[in-house]
Each structure stands twice: as structure tokens, then as C-alpha cells.
Design a protein around this ligand. Sequence first.
Ligand code: GDP
Length: 173
Amino acid sequence: MTTQGKTYQFKLVLLGESAVGKSSLVTRFVKDHFDEYRESTIGAAFLAQTISLDDNTTVKFEIWDTAGQERYKSLAPMYYRGANCAVIVYDITQTSSLDKAKSWVDELQRQADPDIVIALAGNKTDLEARRAIDTKAKYADEAGLLFFETSAKTAHNVTELFTAIAKRMPLEQ
Ligand code: GDP
């Protein structure tokens, strides 16, 4: 039997401070792999991955993984402009990374497409013993964001994060 399914394509951008695990989350999602000693992303990297929501519905994400370094900051609008969804990542062991994440939320809410779906991801839950930031579900809820705490290392909530975004996307265009 052939399926007559439809594939919906969306541009997704990852933003957040350097070393919070943006590339690792993408690698976990796309390749189901984790690399402890990966090289930093220069500029931005592009990957694609699909999620089947049901027999008839597939969501394809074109993923732009941006470099977090301050010196690449001026490039960011190029990636979030025209983005349908964004994952803003912080590291639950680094307080500064949450401040940075909140400033990305502000910037996107002011300057990105008004319909952009934004998810906040508190990464590195495997480092619970070094947690410096309590769960930010309330902040995310008030800001209208999807929210997950994740671990690219153990794969905790990674599929759940991207699936929740897929389900939030407008599929009847
Ligand atoms: P990016 O600069 O935000 O893209 O961060 P990377 O993906 O390059 O990760 C930065 C460092 O954090 C690397 O050494 C990763 O191995 C590590 N890392 C990423 N995600 C996790 C995680 O969930 N748990 C732990 N323990 N380390 C992680």
C-alpha cells in the first residue's frame, strides 16, 4: 500500500550562548549520537530531519545551528528571519546562559516573524548535581514558549522537544 502523506517543511533556528549544547542537541536529534569532544560551530551549520506525526503527516525541519560566539551575533538575524520555529538553548549549570536565552526570546519576539514558534530548552540535565537554574516552566509559559529540560548526552526529552514543535506548527496552509 502506498501512503498519500503530506510533508510540511519548516525552517528551524537554534540560538543560545556558546557551549550550551545547541550542536549536540541537533546531532542527537538528527544522528542519535553524542560526541563529548566536538568542535565549535563556525558561523552556522545546516541539517535536515523529518518527524512523522501520523501515517499522513510528516514534518521536515531545515535546521540552522548558529554559532553562539558574540562575534557571530550580527549574523543571527539572517538565520532567524524567515524562520518558522526557534529553539533557544541554555545550560542548566550556567546562570549566564539563561540571561542570554531570555535576551534571545526578547529579540525574536520583537524582530522575528510574529508567528514564530519558540521553544526554550534547558540542556544538560544529566549534570543535575551541578544544576544552577531551577526549572523555568513558569517563565516559559508566561512568555508563550514551549519548554523542555533536555540532555543531548542521554537523549532525555530531545525527541519530545522537536515533536512538540512539530505539533505546534500550522499544518493546514
Ligand atoms: P554549542 O556551542 O551550543 O553548539 O554547544 P556544543 O553542542 O558544541 O556543546 C558544548 C559542550 O557541551 C561539548 O563539550 C558537549 O559535549 C557538551 N554537551 C552538550 N550537550 C550536553 C549534555 O546534554 N550533557 C553534557 N554533560 N554535556 C553536553
